[in-house]
Design a protein around this ligand. Sequence first.
Ligand SMILES: NC(=O)c1ccc[n+]([C@@H]2O[C@H](COP(=O)([O-])OP(=O)(O)OC[C@H]3O[C@@H](n4cnc5c(N)ncnc54)[C@H](O)[C@@H]3O)[C@@H](O)[C@H]2O)c1
Length: 93
Amino acid sequence: MKKKRKMRLKDKVAIITAAGSGSGRAGAVLFAREGARVVVGDIDPKGGQETAPLNRMAKPEEIANLALFLVSDESSFITGAAVPIDGGKIAKV
Ligand SMILES: NC(=O)c1ccc[n+]([C@@H]2O[C@H](COP(=O)([O-])OP(=O)(O)OC[C@H]3O[C@@H](n4cnc5c(N)ncnc54)[C@H](O)[C@@H]3O)[C@@H](O)[C@H]2O)c1
């Protein structure tokens, strides 16, 4: 049986600068695994966006809300886009 992980940073917020790669990214991923909500900063927006891990399953409404937005008039100027909605799972350490 899988042992339940103790979330030592549950209900904490961590702000990590230079988290787009290297040691900053490693810290952001580790803190998220411990339950913190992690705010990621980096001078390179692509690296920062690739980090941002939430480390949990999506709630159904979090997926549905994107679909609702994309089919609504609110997204009328979007003609084709792939929107990652994976809680930051593309982040690799
Ligand atoms: N890697 C090591 O073994 C090691 C050891 C000792 C010290 N250090 C030091 O630790 C720091 C980080 O090392 P690393 O290997 O993780 O580097 P890295 O290059 O992998 O990561 C640095 C990150 O900082 C971001 N960045 C750069 N300038 C920034 C700015 N002005 N504002 C916000 N973000 C900015 C970059 O975009 C990048 O994502 C460096 O100063 C390095 O010299 C690294």
